[in-house]
Design a protein around this ligand. Structure first.
Ligand SMILES: C[S@@+](CC[C@H](N)C(=O)[O-])C[C@H]1O[C@@H](n2cnc3c(N)ncnc32)[C@H](O)[C@@H]1O
Length: 541
């Protein structure tokens, strides 16, 4: 498969692995709940590279739908490359605004996107999907990168959203009226799409009403068009049916040749109540009824018009209605666009993540849908700018409580959210030097996930017995306190090893600053020892 080459690629390819885990620090006064929790709806302020990594221990493989709307890299957005990648060339890019004259602007953008996309993929569930809004500046480049990261076979669609509702009269050549929404599955074998409920326009098709008041339309029983319409191609479907006047009717093509029915004679017998005969100039023709109530809905089409999902003007008006300020946020997406994305890709208990949250439209859409259908979907938003509180979270607060003075959003959706900020990195190397020693739970979460790759459950922790939980293969213990003296003086001794109790068939993995037990004894006790802080990667291989 062809791949895309760009400056810096070799340095960022595995950068997501080197990004340190950061603490997520709860912010009570910015949250809309008394019970702050990482399992609540979440708004996280911070760079999404660090935030996504920090979410891995809790949410790896758990997100059903990711929507991102990153900077399009038009040269006018004022974004700067800011990742701490270990390369002099890339270090030289740091903090410099990427504008139109920057000859490496596409390289920088791809270097920014690649590690984030890799982390996003890790967060997706096996049946999950990601949607990426993008315009023609980078659409063709990110498409090739996405093929590389997600696999070509997992490309599902490029949905065209009609974003403009009138031409820009000052455009030099074309007035661009659409954005792309690229859609990839984590694994196309497992993903599925919800059909859209039939709307008024679809229902106009069902022009007839049966004796029980059910809406239906008629479709000819004779196969039409395609390779399956001839007797030659489908010999078993060439047979006669009896018309109301007892004449025999065979499926005939327009040119008089032998055709084929759509159904077998068995199915015609079984569904005979749905068959209707209509007499025309050339004799009787059988039709069958298609009922609206049996419809599984309409599959979404790949062009989404602004009359159905809103335009850029709609979204600006929405933000204005919520903040009573036309300049509150410049590049929001319309609520209906996000609602449709979430509707077609999630069920009522799924988790939706947006790591370029902006004005928080994704959270608004999740809350609105839950209110509409009684769902319990959850959202996770990440926004790095200071307005994460004053715009992103504030929109969600207002929408939850109801926006006074607004017609559309007057009635609150209800709901809660917990607000977190990124704390210091959990750097194992600094632990024994006593710099920023994290709390027991933080280090436990980090070690558990790094060693097992499985979800960590904080409720399992028992600090007295040093137990932090069990994975598929291990029971895990941690001897740690955020206290330098404790770390310097604590070791796994024979007494402590025996005090872990009998193993329950699983191996025991014990993290401690040192050990005073020989390896032979540890093997007998089914214990694998990991010395803090350096050996935690040992098991991941
Ligand atoms: C185009 S806006 C998203 C708009 C959003 N879809 C809405 O409906 O309001 C992109 C957002 O991503 C944020 N952003 C850019 N780089 C980021 C990063 N590395 N981490 C977190 N947020 C980032 C920007 O600050 C901006 O608010």
């Amino acid at each position: 498969m062809p791949t895309l080459n760009f400056k810096g690629k070799s340095f960022v390819q595995n950068h997501h692995l080197a990004v340190p885990f950061h603490q997520l620090v709860p912010q009570k006064e910015k949250s809309l709940t008394d019970k702050l929790s990482l399992h609540d709806n979440l708004i996280i302020q911070g760079d999404n590279l660090k935030a996504l990594k920090a979410l891995l221990p809790t949410y790896s493989g758990k997100i059903k739908c990711i929507y991102i709307d990153p900077p399009y890299n038009t040269g006018n957005e004022g974004w700067a490359y800011n990742d701490n990648v270990n390369s002099p060339m890339i270090k030289d890019w740091l903090g410099k605004v990427v504008d139109k004259d920057d000859l490496t602007r596409h390289d920088k953008w791809l270097c920014m996107m690649m590690p984030r996309l890799k982390l996003l993929r890790e967060l997706l569930s096996e049946d999950g999907v990601i949607f990426i809004s993008i315009d023609d500046t980078e659409q063709h480049r990110i498409r090739v990168l996405l093929d590389e990261i997600f696999g070509e076979k997992n490309f599902i669609s490029n949905i065209i959203w009609e974003k403009a509702d009138s031409p820009k009269m000052d455009a030099d050549y074309f007035s661009t009226s659409h954005d792309n929404t690229l859609m990839y599955a984590k694994n196309e074998e497992f993903y599925s799409i919800n059909r859209l409920i039939l709307d008024e326009k679809d229902l106009k098709h069902y022009t007839k009403i049966d004796e029980k008041g059910r809406k239906f339309y008629l479709k000819p029983l004779r196969a039409m068009g395609g390779q399956g319409e001839t007797r030659e191609s489908r010999p078993a479907l060439y047979y006669s049916l009896l018309a109301p006047d007892n004449t025999e009717v065979f499926p005939k093509l327009k040119d008089g040749g032998d055709g084929a029915w759509r159904w077998s004679s068995k199915k015609v017998e079984k569904e005979k109540d749905r068959i209707e005969w209509i007499q025309g100039k050339s004799g009787w023709t059988p039709y069958f009824r298609i009922y609206a109530e049996n419809s599984k809905g309409r599959p979404p089409m790949t062009i989404w018009y602004n009359r159905d999902v809103g335009s850029n003007r709609t979204s600006k008006n929405e933000v204005n209605e919520i903040f009573n300020d036309t300049n509150a946020f410049n590049t929001p997406k319309p609520l209906k666009l996000l609602k449709r994305i979430i509707k077609i890709s999630t069920s009522k208990n799924d988790i939706i993540l947006d790591s370029f949250a902006g004005s928080g439209t994704t959270a608004h859409a999740v809350l609105d849908l839950n209110k509409e259908d009684g769902g319990n979907r959850k959202f996770i938003l990440v926004e790095m700018e200071d307005y994460a509180d004053s715009i992103t979270a504030e929109r969600v607060r207002r929408v939850i409580k109801g926006v006074s003075g607004s017609k559309k959003f007057k009635e609150g959706t209800g709901g809660t959210f917990s607000y977190f900020e990124l704390g210091p990195a959990i750097e194992m190397e600094s632990i024994l030097q006593g710099e920023s020693l994290p709390a027991y739970g933080e280090i436990a979460k980090y070690l558990f996930y790094t060693a097992t790759g499985e979800e960590f459950d904080p409720l399992r922790i028992n600090e007295e017995t040093n137990y932090i939980g069990a994975s598929r293969d291990y029971e895990i213990y941690l001897f740690y306190k955020p206290d330098l003296n404790y770390l310097k003086s604590t070791a796994l001794t024979l007494e402590k090893a025996k005090a872990l109790g009998r193993h329950n068939g699983k191996k025991r993995l014990v993290f401690a600053p040192a050990k005073f037990v020989d390896n032979h004894t540890l093997t007998e006790l089914r214990i694998e020892f990991c010395q803090l802080p350096f050996e935690i990667y040992k098991l991941k291989g």
